[in-house]
Design a protein around this ligand. Structure first.
Ligand SMILES: Cc1cc2nc3c(=O)[nH]c(=O)nc-3n(C[C@H](O)[C@H](O)[C@H](O)COP(=O)(O)OP(=O)(O)OC[C@H]3O[C@@H](n4cnc5c(N)ncnc54)[C@H](O)[C@@H]3O)c2cc1C
Length: 469
């Protein structure tokens, strides 16, 4: 019986444990899997909090259905029928610019009509067609890429807000290749983004004509998907499927390689042995755990930094908001000088997130471009949020309900060199028998990315077990 310890019971740790169990059973391998979680609850960043009739998401509010991984996990767990797709109106996303909310254009005619980007900015964007692809293999920042291909206005009003919406990041410090690998590939494959869009649209048309079922074209796309009780249903169901193999309140404080596997010490001073350890804990935790036996590896983990974020949930009586909240919500370019990164209209995205006659707005504050926001008092955070709600949507009413959540380390930042760093980590790990890593610090921050990385690390663990038979 091979003993496998998994550190961390966020979606990455839980789905890794589940994938290993499934694959081991299919391959006829005997394993005992135990997930060790520091907190008293499972889920990590996933936590759906029901309070006074409001459903507040502490972290993610769902996953996109454009990739199959999380949907497949839901299917295996038997919770696919419980999925809730976001409201159709939530396709409408907005950007706040120069005193008004602009609907984010979704197609060519909408783009031409939109007042979000000026005519010179639109012409510059159209010029993307003739800009040659970069061929020197450099790990370009998102800002440099956007300035080079799309122009400064598109960087400020489109790319910057998108990067803060997904990574709470600063485009001047983020790697295109690691944050948006598909966009990098499109430039390399087709010579540019507009050329890629045209070629892919043509290809899709031809395939539809030939009667083939085709996935939607490039780009993140997809419909935000969750569950009526919140996204926590996903980690709860994964935890339940692991049938008592998850230990909460079990922080791993030491990790020691031995002749016959690994020794793990826990915060309560007990220890346990494992043949294989998979860490699904954040990079800063790994940095500490491996330091005593591999400083080089520890230094690599130390290079992966996180941006902080406050999540502010405000509940209002519907009639007091003075805005129809018809859509997903909005993001704000940094140039506007607002306090928050953006606000999601949570009760419009998913119904039943607020009591009858009320609405729930969820604002994000902080990120890499405003890291000091994490140190503000609750009063200051709320005051600044309300100032922005008034400026952007004209909300003057006081909220009936407020919850403020703090993430000192919200989202890992994939800075230039991230891919090389992950490669170096992978190489070091190959020399350390039986230690594997997964989690959002390495292979993507979306829930789909985390589940995908879990499946891949499970493949590696099973391959290692089969080799040692
Ligand atoms: C505010 C916010 C909004 C987001 N919105 C979305 C969204 O809408 N859609 C989307 O796809 N993604 C979103 N994300 C990203 C996504 O939520 C995360 O990338 C993902 O949940 C990370 O999962 P994980 O398991 O890798 O890490 P975590 O959830 O961080 O789990 C790591 C676990 O390790 C545990 N741990 C730490 N140290 C130890 C130790 N020493 N011993 C044992 N256990 C330990 C922690 O307690 C934690 O439970 C959002 C993130 C944030 C912060």
């Amino acid at each position: 019986m091979t003993r496998i310890a998994i550190i961390g019971a966020g979606i990455s740790g839980l789905s890794t444990a589940y994938a290993i169990e499934q694959q081991a059973a299919a391959a006829g391998l005997e394993v005992s899997v135990e997930v060790l979680e520091r907190d008293e609850r499972t889920g990590g960043k996933i936590w759906s909090i029901k309070d006074e009739g409001y459903l507040c998401e502490w972290g993610p509010n769902g996953f996109l259905d454009s990739k199959p991984m999380t949907l497949e996990l839901c299917d295996q767990l038997g919770i696919k029928d419980d999925l809730e797709r976001s409201n159709d109106n939530a396709r409408k996303r907005f950007i706040y610019s120069e005193g008004m909310l602009h609907r984010l254009p979704e197609n060519g005619p909408m783009f031409l009509q939109s007042k979000l980007i000026s005519w010179p900015g639109k012409l510059r964007l159209a010029g993307e067609m003739v800009i040659p692809k970069r061929t020197d293999g450099a790990d370009e920042t998102l800002a440099d890429f956007a300035r080079r291909r799309l122009g400064a206005e598109a960087l400020d009003k489109l790319i910057g807000p998108m990067v803060s919406g997904i990574f709470a990041g600063n485009p001047e410090q983020m790697s295109l290749q690691s944050c948006f690998p598909r966009i990098h590939e499109l430039e390399q494959e087709y010579g540019g983004l507009l050329k890629a869009m045209i070629r892919l649209a043509r290809q899709k048309k031809a395939e539809v004509k030939a009667g083939k079922q085709v996935a939607s074209a490039a780009g993140p796309g997809g419909v935000l998907t969750s569950f009526v009780p919140g996204i926590q249903m996903l980690t709860d169901a994964t935890g339940r499927a692991l049938q008592g193999q998850v230990r909460t309140g079990a922080a791993v404080t030491e990790l020691k390689p031995g002749a016959d596997g690994w020794q793990l010490r826990l915060a309560d001073d007990t220890s346990l042995e494992a043949d294989i350890v998979v860490s699904a804990a954040p990079a800063h935790v790994l940095k500490q755990l491996v330091r005593p036996f591999d400083t080089q590896l520890s230094d690599l983990f130390a290079e992966i930094l996180y941006s902080p974020m406050n999540v502010i949930c405000c509940g209002f009586e519907q009639g007091e908001v003075g805005h129809d909240l018809d859509g997903f919500g909005y993001l704000i370019p940094r140039k506007e000088g607002c306090h928050v990164l953006g606000t999601l209209w949570d009760s419009s995205i998913f119904p039943q997130r607020a009591p009858e006659g009320h609405v729930l707005l969820r604002s994000m504050m902080g990120g890499a471009t405003n890291a000091g926001a994490i140190d503000l008092s609750d009063e200051e955070v709320l005051q600044r949020t309300l100032t922005d709600l008034k400026r952007i949507m004209g909300v003057t009413a006081q909220p009936r309900f407020v919850r403020i959540f703090r993430h000192a380390r919200a989202i890992p930042q994939y800075t230039p060199g991230h891919a090389r760093r992950v490669e170096a980590i992978t190489e070091r790990l190959e020399e350390l028998n039986g230690l594997f890593v997964t989690g959002n610090a390495f292979f993507g921050v979306g829930l789909n990315d985390c589940v995908n990385a879990s499946n891949q690390v499970a493949d590696k663990v099973i391959a290692a077990l089969q080799q040692n038979l």
